[in-house]
Design a protein around this ligand. Structure first.
Ligand code: HEM
Length: 467
């Protein structure tokens, strides 16, 4: 499928909407920014230009342009404004750092996400899922988004920080403490985009005091974990052990290890990057299963056939293809990272147009994943699009929920296994149906991640097992 570019009246730029006019007209931008980018791609072709508050924005909507963006043009990019401003909260971790520091940190963290290591996390994922669902009551209406947020946090807490042995505290205490700290911490992120955000954060008002307390609490928790591990460096098989003992093999870093501050920044980054994205993807998948009872029954049958009544282990992953396909299709329709952005550090050419220094460059997953050239009837839920044959027939970057290139999600393998196992276990043991009632339908809120605006409310019914 060739790249289609529409010229504009000003030959310096490709076609695109007037952002100000869109804002005033009550069009898609008023609904949400993901919808705006989708409609922009439909109306103005594969490369769009618009200005937002005087800043040039280039939107790339074709897999070939996106491949170049991730693979060839990356040296011309910086982290985008969102990431730059998030340094206030996240420090200089994998998400926010620039090269060459980023590559060094990535080399140190990578072993925790390798296939053999992830296999060891399977038991935790299955165990935590079963444990969570044991607390459900048959016939109840639940906000499964809240459940998935807690579950994803418990999984990250255990697999990456062995949280249940935190300071001798029971796991429930450790995770609950971390959940409430992460929650208040997350509230800092939108604030980072307001002018004078640093001054506002220091104001002696109750909301800011709460936010500061959450941030300080999370820092204390993480620094305490680090101190405990330094005192007793036994390998506990988790990410933190690995980061503590990792030595950079590259000669230029002179065998450097991470300081406490660097460890803290990576831990906060991984908790925040790993928990809401996964929880949102799972919540959207459960919503889609509730809306499509036939697929739900097929998935329940697949899981019962492959697992019987036992929890899945790593070897079961290839035996649950429909669960993986449902997870993939949920991330096509509702990608948790709905747009990937960079800032242009050095001017360069895209399809004959010069991208000026300081411009924002966007690759919107939400728009490309709904392009009818690559996904027939794109609004329809159809996990069959993700069989090996169907996947091989599409260009690589027509689907990129984990982005690509040197900044591709470091935990993609873990996320696929987590998504597959959680969906398989829940569909096997529970029947899900949309909850009737006003205001309980799905509404999207595209902020830093794409999340359900008012939760995902479902009726859950325990399945009867054959004796
Ligand atoms: C369905 C779940 C997930 C999705 C959709 C997702 C998506 C992404 C995307 C799109 C990026 C690239 C961002 C960019 O290019 O600016 C990214 C980066 C990252 N993700 Fe994930 N992620 C998921 C789960 C996780 C999990 C479970 C963890 C950790 C436990 C994690 C840790 C990270 C980290 C550390 C980075 C930064 C990598 C780097 O820049 O080197 N993610 N993720």
């Amino acid at each position: 499928m060739p790249v289609q570019i529409q010229p504009s009246r000003d030959s310096r730029y490709p076609a695109g909407p007037s952002f100000a006019r869109e804002l005033l007209s009550g069009g898609p931008l008023r609904r949400n920014s993901a919808e705006f980018m989708l409609q922009t791609a439909r109306r103005f072709g594969d490369l769009n230009h618009y200005t937002v508050l005087g800043r040039h924005v280039y939107q790339l909507n074709h897999p070939d342009l996106i491949a170049d963006f991730f693979l060839k043009d990356a040296p011309n990019h910086h982290r985008n404004l969102v990431m730059q401003r998030s340094r206030d909260v996240l420090g200089t971790g994998l998400l926010t750092s620039e090269e060459p520091f980023h590559m060094r940190q990535r080399r140190l963290a990578q072993p925790a996400f390798l296939r053999q290591r992830i296999a060891g996390y399977a038991e935790v994922i299955s165990g935590k899922t079963v444990e969570m669902a044991e607390r459900w009551t048959s016939g109840a209406v639940r906000d499964v988004h809240a459940d998935m947020l807690e579950l994803a946090l418990r999984i990250v807490g255990k697999t990456l920080f062995d949280l249940d042995s935190l300071h001798g505290a029971g796991e429930a205490d450790g995770v609950r403490a971390m959940a409430s700290a992460v929650d208040s911490f997350m509230s800092f992120l939108p604030l980072a985009f307001v002018p004078f955000s640093q001054q506002i954060q220091r104001m002696p008002i109750p909301a800011m005091r709460r936010l500061r307390a959450g941030r300080e609490y999370l820092d204390r928790l993480i620094y305490r974990m680090i101190a405990e591990r330094r005192a007793d460096p036994t390998d506990r098989g988790d990410l933190l052990s690995m980061l503590l003992s990792a030595t950079d093999p590259e000669p230029e870093s002179a065998g450097g290890r991470m300081t406490d501050r660097q460890l803290r920044d990576e831990c906060v980054t991984i908790v925040l990057a790993g928990h809401e994205t996964t929880a949102n993807a799972l919540s959207f998948a459960l919503y889609l299963l509730a809306e499509h009872p036939e697929t739900q029954e097929q998935l329940a049958a697949e899981a019962a056939g492959a697992l019987g009544t036992r929890p899945p282990s790593a070897a079961d992953y290839p035996r649950l293809p429909l669960a993986t396909q449902v997870f993939a299709e949920a991330m096509r329709l509702f990608p948790p990272v709905w747009v990937t952005g960079r800032e242009c550090a050095t001017p360069y050419q895209v399809a004959g147009y010069e991208i000026p220094r300081g411009a924002a460059i966007l690759a919107p997953q939400f728009a490309v994943h709904r392009d009818p050239r690559f996904f027939a009837e794109p609004e329809q839920f159809n996990p069959g699009r993700f069989t090996e044959v169907e996947k091989a027939a599409r260009p690589r970057y027509s689907y990129f929920p984990f982005a690509g290139g040197s900044r591709q999600c470091i935990a993609e393998g873990l996320a696929w296994m987590e998504g597959t196992f959680v969906l398989a276990v829940l569909a096997r043991d529970w029947q899900l149906a949309p909850a009737a009632g006003a205001g309980l339908g799905l509404k999207l809120r595209p902020a830093v991640s794409l999340r359900p605006a008012k939760g995902v409310w479902l009726r859950v019914e325990r399945r009867c097992r054959e004796p």
